[in-house]
Design a protein. Structure first.
Length: 272
């Protein structure tokens, strides 16, 4: 009982401390917690390879990035995407052939310079958050991906419209931005090895402002045609640029197709 009381007391103290830290946080003119600036993923550097954690040694060697092989999936507890059997078979086919592609279905959409989708836009590189009145805007450095999130509770667009980044609607619950995403197409993957969703996926994101330099992120995915149950992924974002440097910092002008030779090689391999 003493040990349990200490745990409860410590948790309560952490909540009080967090509240005290955030109470003096600056806000935008329309009352949003001000999180404008440049951010980057601070956890699981090789998430873009495999969200379930296991890393191919060749990929680690070529990228030069170490990995803790920790799954981004925090629910279910086993760290696995809860695929239906047909969907698991499709994902496994890509996994087995992603280093030796034999058809276009094995090719990562990122390699073909398509937009990242959600939450892959947050895995690598820098992204910028802007907060014009009534909106939150996210600008991705890679391939100029953009999300414009209205905060005025307007309805989603018609269900027959499918978008690379989906249709987002957000609202603040204290220091947590809650975003509801619908209208996704089925052309984006979660990673290189073929983890995927369908075009009826429903995504619920939570951006929790922990401090001036940290945001904890969770996204829950529901797609009854692909998964046996909803699942949740988690990341942590830190400020990529701080202080005076942030005033003059700009996202890189990254053009994915410029100088690209991968597509030509893929066409040659898949048509010979």
């Amino acid at each position: 009982m003493i040990r349990r009381s200490l745990v409860v007391a410590s948790a309560a103290a952490a909540v009080v401390f967090c509240g005290a830290t955030l109470s003096g946080q600056s806000r935008t003119p329309d009352g949003q917690p001000d999180i404008q600036g440049f951010w980057a993923n601070q956890t699981h550097r090789l998430a873009t390879y495999n969200i379930e954690g296991a890393a191919d040694p060749t990929h680690v060697f070529l990228s030069g990035n170490p990995t803790d092989e920790t799954s981004l999936v925090v629910d279910p507890p086993d760290g696995k995407v809860p695929y239906q059997p047909w969907a698991k078979a499709r994902r496994d086919d890509v996994f087995e052939h992603h280093l030796n592609i034999t058809k276009w279905e094995h090719v990562d959409p990122h390699t073909r310079c398509f937009l990242s989708g959600i939450p892959r836009m947050f895995y690598q590189g820098t992204f910028q958050i802007l907060q014009p009145p009534g909106y939150l805007v996210i600008l991705q450095e890679f391939n100029h991906g953009t999300r414009i999130i209205p905060l005025d509770q307007r309805p989603h667009i018609g269900g027959d419209i499918k978008l690379w980044m989906g249709d987002s609607r957000g609202h603040w619950e204290g220091n947590t931005l809650v975003v509801d995403v619908t209208n996704k197409n089925d052309k984006t993957w979660f990673d290189i090895v073929g983890d995927f969703h369908g075009d009826e996926v429903h995504i619920r994101e939570r951006f929790t402002v922990v401090s001036a330099d940290r945001i904890d992120y969770q996204a829950t995915f529901e797609d009854p045609k692909v998964y046996t149950r909803p699942f949740t992924m988690a990341l942590s974002f830190g400020r990529a640029v701080k202080g005076a440097e942030a005033k003059s910092y700009e996202l890189l002008e990254e053009a994915c197709h410029e100088g690209d030779q991968d597509t030509q090689e893929m066409v040659h391999r898949l048509t010979k």
